[in-house]
Design a protein around this ligand. Sequence first.
Ligand SMILES: [Mg+2]
Length: 219
Amino acid sequence: MKNNNSYKLICFDLDGTLVDDTIYIWETLHDGFLTDPIKRKQACFDYFSGKISYKEWFEHDLVLLSEAGATLSSINKLLSSLSVMKGAKETLSALRTQNKKVAVVSGSIDLVVSHLFSDFEFDHLLINRIYFDKAGNIAGGLHTPYDIEKKADGLLKLCQEEQVLPSQAVFIGDNENDLWIAKQAGLSIAFNCKSEKLSDLCDVTIAQKDLQSILPYIL
Ligand SMILES: [Mg+2]
């Protein structure tokens, strides 16, 4: 951990970090639309046991959601139950003022960003994307190659694009899926943390649920 102004790229997890009232958006969606619990659990098991790829898991989730009646408008209605994390807007604005590059590296969904952060332009968004047809029905999607352990590759890709070293990158996250990217960043911050493994691994753990608490470590 450095104690100077050399951090150039600030990467955020989304669910539970920039966004409150969800732990994982996929769970929020499945719970909200009452998708088939057996098929949902089976797909999760198949992914973590290596039987299916992340892409297949993602596409299977879209089919389950579509079958359960999820559309653009009903998903957006569900997303209205989420809120922006306390202090998130102020934090993003402060980082922008200091000319930091600001990114999201997340296994969440692009709609969550457009729903809650339409007034902020992230420099990079590495996230899953869902497409809708003109009637608002799910018409497919594009999975992120940078979830779970591969979030770390996402950080390295952004470092390359921005021509900064991983030691000049900061990562802020809240849960087990952030372990790998936290290891890769020059400064790792556990925020609103649900994982002892993550808080043990991170350089800093923030106890207060106000994202502005991260700023003194970065600026
Ligand atoms: Mg999270």
